[in-house]
Design a protein around this ligand. Structure first.
Ligand SMILES: Nc1ncnc2c1ncn2[C@@H]1O[C@H](COP(=O)(O)OP(=O)(O)O)[C@@H](O)[C@H]1O
Ligand SMILES: [Mg+2]
Length: 320
């Protein structure tokens, strides 16, 4: 098995300073927000890697960097062996075609004035590919009917629309799909149908997923590996069964404690305990220490480096 996606020390900073004139008048320094902090991970071919973390932890930014929608500030991003930060432009364009992205809101990502046939076939049509019967075939593959090709997006339910988004993603025959909370906007019953479909498609077509979710229960059945993000940092990573059987990082443990309180729609009723600190002025040492029940003096001053405990890679001074 080889890694289809490889991130090494990936970092992304956003300039969140006030406009120059305000800074001068109010004597403010420049402000930087570190959305992704030194993230290294590998997604194996034909596997599902789940990135999990609370809102604002950097999940979408990582997905968007891999999809080429946001540039990295630092680090290495490799897709199918091609360095997409500093590699050869022609090869980058080639691997880009192997990758598709599915977003949370299936309505916003479908052009309301286009028939479903044109929406699905568009990525192939723009490259001059053969689109005859393509949309009809893909609609059946995602559990809709060929006759739906002549309809408009508003004629479908949320779950059906997400199926249309999946069909469009499949149209260009990708190897990798980045799924950014693809079921978070759906009712829980519909959610599991769409997840099952995505699971089946992965098996049938040998796809590789980077699956982004704020909800551990959503990725529980599908993920092969899980990475837990906190304030842009990968605090724990392990094979799915390891993570569920023996979460090592206190933050992962807290996410599990919070999980049963999710309501029927998979949204959090009670947010997990404690405030997420300000990402512009992150705490020194371990970013989790202000919320951590195990925090000691060392945690307040020394950033924990990743280390292996069995099959788990964890960034915590007290993971034992
Ligand atoms: N374009 C941007 N400009 C400034 N800050 C951003 C931008 N995009 C994301 N951020 C910030 O980066 C952090 C991570 O955001 P995001 O990747 O969307 O997290 P998630 O998907 O886990 O909710 C957040 O603090 C967010 O406000
Ligand atoms: Mg997001």
């Amino acid at each position: 098995m080889s890694a289809l996606i490889r991130l090494e020390h990936l970092t992304r900073d956003f300039d969140v300073s006030k406009p120059w004139l305000n800074r001068v008048i109010e004597r403010l320094p420049k402000a930087t927000l570190r959305a992704v902090a030194d993230v290294s991970l590998e997604v194996e071919e034909n596997s599902v890697y789940a990135l999990v973390g609370e809102s604002g932890s950097g999940k979408s930014t990582i997905g968007r960097i891999i999809a080429g929608l946001v540039p990295a500030s630092d680090g290495v991003v490799e897709i199918d062996g091609v360095d997409i930060v500093s590699g050869d432009a022609a090869r980058i364009a080639e691997v880009r075609r192997e990758l598709q992205m599915i977003f949370q809101d299936p309505y916003a990502s479908l052009n309301p004035r286009w028939k479903v046939r044109d929406i699905i076939a568009e990525p192939v049509a723009v490259r001059g590919g053969d689109v005859s019967g393509l949309a009809e075939r893909l609609l059946e593959q995602v559990g809709l009917s060929a006759a739906d090709a002549g309809k408009f997006p508003h004629e479908f339910s949320g779950g059906q629309r997400q199926r249309i988004c999946i069909a469009r993603a499949l149209a260009s025959n990708p190897k990798i799909i980045i799924c950014d909370e693809p079921t978070s906007a759906l009712d829980v019953s519909v959610q599991s149908q769409v997840l099952n479909l995505m699971s089946d498609l992965r098996e049938e077509m040998g796809l590789t997923y980077l699956f982004i979710s704020h909800d551990l229960t959503v990725v529980q059945h599908m993920a092969d590996r899980i990475g837990v993000l906190y304030l842009g940092a990968l605090v724990e990573e392990a094979p799915r069964d390891r993570l569920f059987a023996a979460p090592k990082h206190p933050y992962t443990q807290m996410l599990f404690d919070a999980a049963p309180r999710m309501d029927a729609f998979g949204r959090e009723v009670d947010p997990p305990k404690g405030e997420i600190p300000d990402a512009i002025n992150p705490p020194p040492g371990c970013p989790y220490h202000p919320r951590c029940p195990l925090a000691t003096e060392r945690c307040r001053s020394e950033v924990p480096q990743p280390r292996m405990i069995g099959e788990t890679r964890v960034r915590c001074h007290h993971a034992e």
